[in-house]
Write a protein that binds this ligand. Structure first.
Ligand SMILES: Nc1nc2c(c(=O)[nH]1)N[C@H]1C(S)=C(S)[C@@H](COP(=O)(O)O)O[C@H]1N2
Ligand SMILES: [Mo]
Length: 431
């Protein structure tokens, strides 16, 4: 659906005040169940909004938001994301829209556990470093820019639940398919530099992160999420306190004005709307650090098998994975030399190889794989594929990391649906 600035504001109006939006499009609605006649201009606007003329517009009921609009809530500054949940908002990116080497902000997925703060102001925002430090610090974004080395890095961020939709028995939670992953360019300062300025005391084991979002229930005393990482990961020079995304202020849904970016680990470690980093003498036990949250069975489970929560372990580095961003499932490919391309990434490791199959895994062809532009950036790969003739094909991609681990054919099942790094498969027809 193509949208202009006017259709965008009308869409917003439909969400906030459907009656008023109706009046604008239809004039005064006289009958409670009928919209009446669309004004000429209204008809054109409505048609533009839903993407076509409306033969039965005269019987469109009043007060309803046309489902074409309701099903595609517009997120300001985002483009083409598929909304999985509305409140909290979770939206993923179709694989073919992740084709760029650096993910556009418009296409960076959104994973919210709570309700984001509104009107966050970069000029007055502060965050605190406290706990086991020599000198607790409260710093604004200008302080960060002035006092510390500012760096820009392309960093892969993936939700630990990416691929959850394919679990059987199913796992509850946002039903991510492939698109809860991105590699944007983040600008900020190294968390290590800020922690060193505060003076890390001996005995620090873990960080604890807090953000300004609120619990979906509205309860003021409950946090939506507060995670942390071992101090060594916090001190890694690639762990950033970011205030810019792709050279612009961070998108409000991606944590503006300040967030952590802790690449290679579950996205949940990268606290958005950051207000506090607290250094602790034990493994952090905040919301979504315990039980089965972002934790996986300490031993392999049969699908559906129960395991006591005490036998779960915290997810650390994310496993090797790849994504085919061209072609897209449903595309018609040419017999000769279609470029197949995508990205691959591997937590704390790098990707050594990506292999492709068009015969359901019987034979594999290596793709050309680029070096990462910097540590923790995903690696781009490509290959020319020739199909033997017309018909239905699946393209499978399988990455292998620097430790010799490859993506599996099938998921290692766990109750919360984490770490699904099974091979990405794309279906094309060749004419
Ligand atoms: N404050 C806060 N930080 C958060 C979250 C959240 O709900 N609140 N979600 C986390 C999760 S689970 C993920 S995967 C990443 C997603 O980052 P993104 O929404 O910018 O893509 O943010 C993390 N940081
Ligand atoms: Mo996540």
């Amino acid at each position: 659906m193509r949208r202009t600035a006017t259709t965008r504001s009308l869409l917003a109006l439909y969400r906030e005040d459907p009656d008023k939006a109706d009046r604008l499009l239809f004039g005064r609605v006289t009958h409670p169940d009928r919209r009446g006649f669309l004004r000429n201009a209204g008809l054109a606007t409505m048609a533009a909004l839903v993407g076509g003329t409306i033969p039965f517009h005269r019987t469109m009921p009043a007060h309803f938001i046309p489902v074409a609009l309701a099903d595609a809530p517009l997120i300001e500054g985002k483009d083409g994301l598929v909304v999985l949940n509305d409140r909290p908002l979770n939206a993923e990116t179709p694989a073919h829209l992740l084709d760029d080497a650096i993910t556009l902000t418009e296409r960076h997925f959104i994973r919210n556990n709570g309700i984001p703060p509104t009107g966050a102001d970069a000029t007055t925002w502060t965050f605190t470093v406290d706990g086991l430090v020599e000198t607790p610090l409260t710093l604004g974004i200008d302080d960060l820019k002035r006092r510390f080395d500012v760096v820009t890095r392309a960093l892969t961020l993936e939700c630990a639940g990416n691929g959850r939709a394919f679990f059987d028995p199913p796992a509850t939670g946002a039903q991510w398919t492939y698109g809860a992953v991105a590699c944007s360019e983040w600008t900020g300062v190294r968390l290590a530099d800020v922690l060193k300025a505060a003076g890390v005391k001996s005995g620090v084991v873990y960080t604890a992160h807090e953000g300004a979002d609120t619990h979906p229930s509205g309860a003021a005393d409950q946090r939506p999420i507060s995670r942390g990482v071992p101090i060594a990961k916090a001190m890694d020079p690639n762990t950033l306190l970011a205030f810019a995304q792709n050279g612009r202020p961070i998108h409000p849904m991606n944590g503006a004005p300040l967030r952590l970016v802790i690449p290679g680990w579950p996205g949940s470690c990268s606290q958005k709307w950051l207000t506090r980093v607290w250094l602790r003498d034990r493994v952090h036990d905040g919301v979504k650090m315990t039980g089965t949250s972002y934790r996986v069975p300490g031993r392999p489970l049969a699908p559906g098998e129960h395991l006591d929560e005490t036998d779960f372990v915290i997810i650390e580095a994310m496993p090797v994975k790849s994504l085919i961003t061209n072609p897209a499932t449903g595309d018609r490919a040419a017999v000769r030399a279609s470029e197949v391309r995508g990205h691959a990434w591997a937590g704390e490791r790098t990707v050594d190889a990506v292999r492709l199959s068009i015969d359901f895994g019987a034979t594999w062809t290596p793709a050309e794989v680029d070096e990462p532009v910097n540590p923790h950036a995903w690696q781009n790969w490509r290959a020319e594929i020739e199909f033997p003739g017309p018909g239905y094909y699946e393209i499978w991609a399988r990455a292998t990391d620097s430790g010799g681990m490859s993506q599996p054919h099938a998921i290692a099942w766990n109750p919360k649906g984490y770490l699904n790094n099974a091979m990405h498969r794309v279906a094309v027809t060749v004419a």
